[in-house]
Design a protein around this ligand. Structure first.
Ligand code: DP6
Length: 324
């Protein structure tokens, strides 16, 4: 049996959202997206291929995994095996490092770390572009977690040209993301199911494809110009435009709950007081607040009063995937 290969990847938050697949099998999106890789929350994964194993073994956070989650990892390992021309089963051990109750658990860091560890354990030496393409097959947003800082996922047309790369622009270095954990029941509609329903039933979907493209052009200009106001405004708008696709789907659905709305209102109130901040929200009720370092203490203070200290986590830009 071979030595295990260990890799670590951080999660990322999309400022221009990925929401909809043109090809569900290969995970080719309808639109390009842009994210910031975050520090603190990461997944650490070790993979070992072993001829003597009768089936893939998957352990996540100390517990053996079966059913749907096992199937998803197994399917991903099958892609890796095909690429490497091997057929041995694998042992996968994965640990998520999440700040207590940060509500940031994500398939992005999981599949980015798995892609890195599994490909190398299978004997492949992938360039980062090809590692991003591989991670994409596990979860779309994972292709962005291969890189640190601001990252753009070019939608491309097929498997060969749909991958992420880091932004060349160097503006807006001091962005902070304040992750708010709002009261959450298990999420009712996965992003996979939610984006499928949006694509197939929202009459606004074709408009989203055009609007998201413009938002992406504009946010890159904002980053290059070091224009935080423009950056934050576009991020918030783009997130709400994504959520408009859920509200306009049939049957309609919504990721916000009452606390989500309370947090959104507080962001707007702070902004009216001259404390500049913006929000973005993914496929769940948690809110991420975007700000610059100078305003961070006041914003953290306001949300700590609202939610208590355990539900407020401050993050910064983080690095790309690394081998351990
Ligand atoms: C709202 O990457 O989790 O976070 O490709 O089906 O695994 P799959 O979806 P996933 O979707 C992320 C959706 C989002 C927006 C984003 O991260 O761009």
């Amino acid at each position: 049996s071979n030595d295990p290969v260990r890799a670590l990847a951080h999660t990322n938050i999309a400022l221009i959202k990925y929401w909809g697949k043109k090809d569900e099998q290969l995970i080719i999106p309808y639109t390009s997206s842009l994210s910031l890789t975050l520090d603190q929350f990461y997944t650490e994964t070790s993979v070992r291929f072993d001829q003597s194993l009768s089936a893939d073994k998957v352990e996540i956070d100390g517990a053996a995994v079966s059913g749907k989650s096992w199937q998803r990892v197994h399917d991903f390992l099958t892609v890796v095996r095909q690429l490497a021309g091997i057929n041995a089963a694998a042992e996968v051990i994965s640990l998520n490092h999440v700040p207590i109750a940060a509500g940031l658990a994500s398939s992005a860091s999981a599949f980015a770390a798995l892609a890195a560890a599994a490909s190398r354990a299978a004997g492949l030496q992938l360039a980062s572009k090809d590692l991003s393409r591989l991670a994409r097959r596990g979860s779309g947003s994972a292709c962005r977690s291969i890189f640190g800082g601001f990252v753009e996922w070019q939608r491309g047309h097929d498997d060969t040209d749909s991958y992420a790369s880091p932004l060349q622009q160097t503006g807006l270095k001091d962005i902070s993301v304040i992750a708010l954990t709002v009261e959450s029941k298990p999420k009712s509609i996965s992003s996979r199911e939610g984006m499928n329903r949006s694509v197939t039933t929202s009459p606004y979907y074709p408009t989203w494809v055009n609007v998201a493209q413009n938002d992406l052009v504009d946010i890159k200009l904002a980053i290059a110009a070091n224009d935080f106001t423009k950056f934050g405004t576009i991020s918030e708008l783009n997130a709400m435009r994504m959520h408009a696709l859920t509200l306009s789907a049939a049957p309609d659905f919504m990721y916000f709950n009452g606390e989500t709305l309370t947090a959104m209102n507080l962001v707007k109130r702070l902004r009216h007081q001259g404390i500049e901040c913006y929000y973005t929200i993914d496929a769940g009720p948690n809110v991420k607040v975007i700000c610059q370092q100078a305003n961070k203490p006041q914003i953290v203070d306001a949300f700590t009063k609202l939610l208590g200290p355990k539900r407020v986590t401050t993050l910064k830009a983080g690095p790309g995937v690394q081998y351990l």
